[in-house]
Write a protein that binds this ligand. Structure first.
Ligand SMILES: O=C(O)CCC(=O)C(=O)O
Length: 384
């Protein structure tokens, strides 16, 4: 995809100067946090404790240089195909070329639409009202479409390249270090922030089930990996309030009221180059602004939980029907980890595949049967 020639000018109107100053200042503070670098291991193969300390201190960490150009090219190829096959408009069974549209036959939620530069969740009761404040909605260019797809759920059924990222051995080692060897899936998504069009994700915290649990702690609602195809900037990336994952449920309305603006003064942007992968604690106060910049941001997003946060728990009902998650449900959903590891082994035979402890002794093959079984796999997401 040629990402250099796009000029869909849009800005924050009367707020533009304040916004630009905020972006610049946020970037400066982000680089001062000391929470970025390559994934490093100790001599005995453990994720380096300095990384884990910085992750738990800040609530996020940027792993630099995780995905090589070859892998990014695979992801871009799949992305182009996905964009090409999107429905011509919301609800259309066909794409712009008249072919059956992507996900038109899916039962599970897949495509999330917004008006360009809009904020579809902020200030609404959607997703259990967890995005309490509406973000500023800049005016898109006159020729922008009525609506755009900014988020694709169940994304691993549409992209084998994204599935292979999901089976990345070093990232899965990090998942084990943070959530325990028996970690379990959450969900997967593609966030697509087109220049001059990409929607806001209003400030929120992700968890819905454990805030009032007697054993709640800073890791109760798991984390998301956010792998960057084109990198991300202060203008188009996710912003995080460092340390907010430790403080329980935040009063986001009050935070915005105290600041007098949605530009939360303590928040910092996650800044990445292409191939960097951030890990972000789902309990942090986080969000992203409408993308008025000229740069694409495409995030391959996938999360993991501690098993004990999920087993026997009634799911939150945000991503699929609420249900009590038993061993069988977790096992069914975790099969995607086995497929991802095998799909990756076939594409990158020089890599040592990750061994996922709960599947020790089992064989998962990424073959035609497995592929067919991915349809609507996200009906089984473990949403807490
Ligand atoms: O990528 C974004 O803009 C938002 C991501 C997010 O809110 C999440 O993963 O929970």
């Amino acid at each position: 995809m040629d990402t250099t020639i796009i000029d869909r000018t849009a800005d924050y109107g009367a707020e533009e100067a304040a916004m630009q100053a905020y972006l610049k200042e946020g970037e400066r503070r982000a680089f001062a946090l000391g929470n970025r670098g390559p994934i490093r291991f100790t001599a005995d193969g453990k994720v380096h404790p300095d990384i884990l300390d910085a992750y738990w201190r800040c609530g996020f960490y940027v792993f630099e240089g995780v995905l090589a150009p070859e892998e990014l090219a695979d992801i871009e190829r799949d992305l182009k195909d996905i964009l090409d096959r999107l429905p011509a408009e919301r609800g259309s069974p066909v794409d712009a070329k008249g072919r059956p549209a992507l996900a038109a036959d899916c039962k599970a939620p897949t495509l999330l639409w917004s008006k360009p530069l809009g904020d579809p969740f902020g200030g609404t009761s959607l997703a259990m009202g967890r995005h309490p404040v509406k973000m500023f909605e800049p005016q898109p260019a006159a020729d922008a479409p009525k609506e755009i797809v900014y988020l694709i759920l169940g994304s691993l059924q549409f992209s084998e390249a994204a599935l292979r990222v999901y089976g990345h051995p070093r990232l899965l080692a990090v998942a084990a270090a943070v959530n325990g060897e028996d970690f379990v899936p959450f969900n997967e998504a593609l966030f697509i922030k087109e220049p001059g069009r990409g929607a806001s994700v209003a400030w929120h915290q992700d968890g819905v089930t454990h805030w009032d649990s007697p054993d709640w702690d800073q890791g109760s609602h798991g984390f998301n990996f956010m792998a960057q195809l084109y990198g991300c900037t202060a203008a188009n990336g996710v912003w995080v309030v460092p340390g907010s994952h430790k403080l329980g449920r935040a009063d986001i309305k009050a935070m915005v009221a105290a600041a007098g603006t949605e530009r939360l003064p303590d928040a910092v942007p996650i800044i990445c180059k292409p191939g960097d992968v951030a890990i972000t604690n789902r309990q942090t106060v986080h969000g992203s602004f409408a993308n008025t910049s000229r740069d694409w941001r495409v995030t391959v997003n996938f999360g993991f939980h501690r098993r004990r946060s999920v087993l026997g728990v009634k799911g939150g009902g945000i991503h699929n029907a609420a249900a009590v998650y038993d061993d069988d449900r977790i096992r069914q959903r975790a099969r995607v980890i086995g497929y991802a590891i095998d799909a990756r082994r076939r594409r990158f035979p020089g890599e040592i595949p990750y061994v996922y402890a709960p599947q020790a002794g089992e064989t998962y093959r990424w073959d035609e049967t497995a592929k067919a079984g991915m349809k609507d796999y996200n009906l089984l997401d473990l949403s807490i």
